[in-house]
Write a protein of this length. Sequence first.
Lengths: 314, 337
Amino acid sequence: VNYKAQLSREGKLGISFSMTKKIFSSNFLLLISFIFLLGFHQKELKVKDDRGKWIVLSNSPRRIISLAPNLTEILFLLELDSKVVAVSNMCDYPPEALLKSKVGSFNPSIERIISLKPDLILATTAGNRMETIRRLETLGQSVFVTSPDTFNKVLKSIVSIGRITDKEKLAVLKAEQLKKRMELISSQVRELPRPRVLYVIWNQPLMTTGGNTFLSNLIRLAGGRSISEDIKQNIALLSREEIIRRDPEVIFLPAFQEEKILKEFLQQWEILTAVKKGSVYQLNEDLILRPGPRIVDGLELMVRTLHPEAFVEK
Amino acid sequence: MLLKSYRALLRLAAMISGLLILSIICVGIGPTSIGYRQTIKILWQAFLGNHFSPEDVNAHIILSIRFPRVFLGALIGAALAVAGSIFQALIRNPLGDPYILGVSSGSVLGSVIGLSLGLGATFLGAQLSSFAGALIAIVIVYKVACIGGKIHTTRLILAGVIISAFFSAIAMFIFSLSESSTVKGILFWMMGDLSSQSMSNILGVAPSIFIGIILLYLLSGKLNLIMVSEENALQLGVNVERAKKVSFLLCSFITGAAVAVSGAIGFIGLVVPNIVRFIWGADLRIHIPISAIAGAALLMMSDTLARTLMSPAEPPVGVITAAIGAPLFIYLLKGRV
């Protein structure tokens, strides 16, 4: 009996050995490579958004909807043009974004969004309603929300969007390039005296930026100092008296539709140093107010306006 | 008498089926073209309890987006119209409306305080803070209007307008302290918005509104007598003050529930009961159900316009109800005089 058992064991061993060999020779390798392929293909993406919420995608997104212009610019920067299925009505840059289908602006059509079957939706806290975001989430959508309040966080949001869209390498590279450019520009004005800046977001009533915003941060990087830096809210409403007391040396205005409004504004604020010196400028708002990749162009524009002398030697 | 109530019942049945057909039409309309045949098929399958695969986008749109909105529109429209119709009966004045009596502003303020205290995150918290605001408003208005145990209509309206202005001012003050992005969101909600509620939230308020309307309907006999003459009602054994208090309370309750989910949608509470009274008379037993149906229909249609007019952008539905309600009301008023 023992002998038989040994034999059969040997026989079995023999068989299994040859099988292992066979498996190794063809099928097993195939299987392993298949698993690897699957592993690369079904890459789980898990990134924390600016709300501190983990957004988990089982696959790299192929149908992305952007609900704000700065996010659209970031997506195009990351070469995701073909993955963007729709954008908000305000998204006008790059020009290709105008060709994408539209889902609305501040109160977009939820139905429109769902009908486009997105696998990732990007939104901001500044340009979208929390209710919209929540409603989309209850309908089972993945919504990635950004709310950058400093220049560095704008760069960080580019990287985090890169990670959730499976474009991390490119995003890190682009963010680094932007950061280098930013440092080069702002290093030229860091030691220069800082003029007091009034950035007018809206003129009637006069709204300017509070201290905890990337705009306030941008003015600092550009070698200026916002007169409303000390105000905690995002939007600061200063009284006439307070503005006169803080006496800005430079004023940035929105692009008014009519020349008349500009004239009226200058008349109304004759008393300010900025108006007396003629240091009132209208900059391209899209470069400055959108926390996206073109923010560095906005920075350069602002530096050239605040400190033209810094660029003379170059 | 029997024949009369039979006719009334028949009319009610006809109106309810009309409302149902209208709601299906509203569900069928939207920025995505789905088609009525497909819409009805999806609704019917859902009614039979069949499930759809999550891949079926049309079914998802019909069942999770359009149907909840249309249903919410009907619910809120009915609640506001009934609240308006009871207020008008109680103060014997066509100006009676949750807005004018300060109830809407009260619940808006309640919701805003709830939101800034973080209570708004939970559904029950939002409901309760909204209702508490409505209740506080109506109690103050009631106390101011009450002299020697009797309510003076003029004083009631005046008190309502003043409390409304005061509460709105406090709400505005709270906005001015909060972050700008939330302010824009809250302002949008204040104008009335049906777009952001999920079905579970809607089903959360539905019972309160249904029960409120039914209880008010049960009171309609007594309220009819009170509306004609409080002394006669007293002589006929009606506890006038209690009936009035309970009705005010119920109206505040359904208004608060409505405001908590949809913000303050104007004009429905004012216009619908008046139109219904022009056409079908003031008998509350008829007036309440017809107002509910007409309010539901008007808000459903207004919201459908809001969804499609500027698609894919959506204006708040309060803008549409005002745009439809005001001219309609003026037309009827002029036509009658």
